[in-house]
Design a protein around this ligand. Structure first.
Ligand code: GTP
Ligand code: MG
Length: 223
């Protein structure tokens, strides 16, 4: 999957990144979009937003370009209501937990339930265990065995990403790119079961006019 500037994107994927405060959502987003990391990130107020266009290799006449919009939602209860307003229209959700924090793991299903109330029916979910740099260095810090995460994902029909670290840049791009391809394949599957021939992803995946306006406000706080 390559980043591309050349062509107008074919599809827009709205993806939410949610999970407990401090699990590392903003750090993951910054690593994915800007390849940077800071030890002193302030907590997110409301929602932050970033986007990029990638090209997906397909067997159709040309490769598909997809604009990935990642909506980074505050994990703080104070801002939960603001964050929830932005779940609408999402076709993917990444729920992050911190492998050293049992509370963040416990909250996964609460986030999933909240997102499902607002997101598209076809919304796909991925669980992303973050901060594995800690446990690589100090194995005793690990609170959630991988198997437990994988099992929960399986039970809930979610993708389970390999453990990652925004700090050390481990598995961030790989996991999110793989999730985008998974969403793409699911959408193609759904649309080709409706119509034969070239994938015709549903209309709502295309860029809505108000999203064109938001495009001007990269990485800003949106209420
Ligand atoms: N060691 C380590 N620290 C991390 C990692 N990812 C994030 N952090 C740190 O954990 C803290 C919280 O990270 P954030 O990305 O702000 O967490 P958040 O989930 O966005 O939190 P809210 O915005 O409050 O919901 C910050 O100090 C980050 O620097 C990681 O992979 N490893
Ligand atoms: Mg944040």
């Amino acid at each position: 999957m390559e980043v591309t500037e050349a062509r107008k994107e074919d599809y827009v994927f709205k993806i939410i990144i949610a999970g407990s405060s401090g699990s590392g959502k903003s750090a993951i987003s910054r690593r994915y979009f800007h390849n940077t990391f800071s030890d002193n990130l302030g907590f997110t107020i409301g929602v932050e937003f970033d986007e990029k266009v990638v090209e997906i290799n397909t067997q159709s006449p040309h490769n598909s370009t997809v604009k990935i919009q990642l909506w980074d939602c505050s994990g703080k209860h104070t801002y939960a209501e603001i964050a929830k307003k932005h779940f609408k229209g999402a076709i993917g959700a990444i729920i992050v937990y911190d492998v050293t924090d049992t509370n963040s793991f416990r909250d996964i299903l609460i986030w999933k339930e909240e997102i499902q109330k607002e997101a598209e029916e076809s919304c796909e979910f991925m669980i992303m265990p973050n901060k594995c740099d800690f446990t690589m260095k100090y194995p005793r810090m690990k609170q959630i065995p991988n198997e437990k995460g994988r099992q929960l994902a399986e039970e809930e029909g979610m993708i389970f990403s390999e453990e990652c670290s925004a700090k050390k840049n481990i598995n961030i791009k790989e996991s999110i790119d793989a999730f985008v391809i998974h969403i793409y394949n699911k959408q193609v599957e759904m649309s080709s079961s409706r119509s034969r021939g070239i994938p015709n992803l549903s209309h709502h995946l295309r860029m809505a006019p108000e999203e064109r306006v938001r495009k001007e406000k990269k990485s800003c706080i949106i209420f």
